[in-house]
Design a binder for this molecule. Structure first.
Ligand SMILES: [Zn+2]
Length: 189
């Protein structure tokens, strides 16, 4: 496990806690979901829901509800095995560190695409602001208001976006480098 991997697992646990808490509108359930994904990550084999429930202090029904949401979100895998003891199938859950990594990088790529879109928008836009009330105006509004703030008649000033654009462009390049160093360099812009 590299430092990057440790970091990714931590981000993943945070993500799971918030996502599941949101899904159930309950912070405690978010924490239980983190326990469940940790159990799956530390197991070398896929686990049945009753095995998982034995290690979590809630009913198997609630464990199943959480697992089903995790499955629906594409986070955990479900496999079907022939039961050793009964004439039915056993359903087993699993989650690998590779899956966690892929999941986090998908989220990072979505954020990256958004950043790229923001940079494209900012590069092609001229924005103005009012030095008195700090309202922002687009170029169309500026013409409409005759280069004066409609709220206080202050002459409007063009915003210098170079700093923001430089910052965002650097951020994008850093994220791209991180993705490439992890073998996940395919960015769809
Ligand atoms: Zn103003």
């Amino acid at each position: 496990m590299s430092l990057v991997d440790d970091f990714i697992i931590k981000i993943f646990q945070e993500y799971i806690q918030h996502r599941i808490a949101y899904e159930f509108n309950n912070i405690e359930v978010g924490k239980i979901a983190v326990t469940i994904v940790n159990i799956l990550l530390n197991s070398k084999f896929p686990l049945s829901d009753d095995k998982i429930a034995m290690n979590v202090n809630i009913s198997i029904t609630d464990v199943r509800k959480i697992l089903q949401i995790l499955y629906r979100l594409g986070i955990v895998s479900l496999s079907r095995e022939t039961s050793m003891t009964q004439p039915r199938y056993d359903y087993k859950w699993s989650l690998t560190k590779e899956q966690v990594k892929k999941h986090i990088f998908t989220i990072i790529q979505q954020v990256l695409s958004k950043l790229v879109r923001i940079v494209k928008y900012l590069s092609s836009t001229t924005l103005y602001y009012c030095p008195t009330c700090f309202s922002r105006y687009t170029i169309d509004e500026v013409y409409e208001f005759n280069f004066e703030c409609p709220l206080d008649n202050t002459p409007l000033v063009q915003i210098d976006l170079d700093k923001e654009l430089n910052f965002l462009t650097n951020l994008i390049n850093n994220i791209k480098e991180l993705l490439q160093s992890q073998g996940m360099g395919e960015i769809h812009e």
